[in-house]
Design a protein around this ligand. Structure first.
Ligand SMILES: [Zn+2]
Length: 218
């Protein structure tokens, strides 16, 4: 059986990884934030797993993971975000997604600019609280909850692709882990160049999370 890698953690098989998350789900009560190693493992799955919508699910950052029942009665993990919003997170989807050099590198590039994204949000925090900010997509007024920092043209994926192209392809971006869940470019000169390029080129704007998600689906 092929080993299964989750971040810096190694399982003997994908089934072993699946069993571990099922155990966490079955051995913790509903609606109580996970703590200790169980919390760390789910956090690792969220940040280092293969969920295709992980970045959207994480949003402004995850502060807690709780177990809840869905409308269909099945129990699952839910992420409580920094802004108080909550979203379901399928561990099966996160385990089954495709892992690739490109996906890993894109995640690292995203991690490299997290500070810029959070800083942009913080700059607008007072205006958001005052109710004077409009969504970049639907143009309606926004409240501080349910806010997403969006890359207007060019998109984040376009910026990342351009950067990879300049370096000579995704294979050239070697990734290293930072703590349990962070990842960045191993070559810190490249990391600095990317951060500067992103700071100078990205056109950030605030949108409703739901507006951004519905755009991503179309
Ligand atoms: Zn909107």
């Amino acid at each position: 059986m092929a080993p299964y890698l989750l971040g810096a953690r190694r399982y003997p098989s994908k089934k072993a990884a699946r069993d571990e998350f099922r155990r966490i789900l079955n051995s913790n009560p509903d609606n109580v934030p996970l703590r200790g190693e169980d919390a760390e493992l789910v956090s690792l799955l969220v940040h280092a797993g293969r969920h295709p919508e992980a970045a959207e699910k994480v949003g402004p950052g995850v502060v807690d993971v709780v177990i809840r029942r869905s409308e269909f009665g099945t129990r699952g993990f839910w992420l409580v975000r920094r802004d108080g919003s909550i979203v379901d997170f399928s561990y099966l989807t996160a385990l089954d997604g495709q892992s690739s050099v490109e996906a890993e590198a894109r995640a690292a590039l995203r991690w490299e600019v997290n500070d810029q994204i959070l800083a942009f949000r913080d700059v607008h925090a007072a205006d958001l609280a005052g109710g004077t900010v409009t969504c970049g997509l639907c143009q309606q007024l926004m409240t501080p909850d349910n806010v997403h920092v969006d890359h207007h043209e060019p998109t984040f994926d376009e910026l990342a692709s351009r950067f990879a192209e300049v370096l000579g392809g995704w294979d050239r971006l070697v990734i290293e882990w930072v703590g349990a869940t962070g990842r960045r470019l191993q070559n810190r000169d490249h990391g600095d160049v990317w951060q500067t390029y992103h700071r100078q080129t990205a056109q950030l704007r605030l949108t409703h999370r739901r507006c951004n998600l519905s755009r991503a689906r179309t």
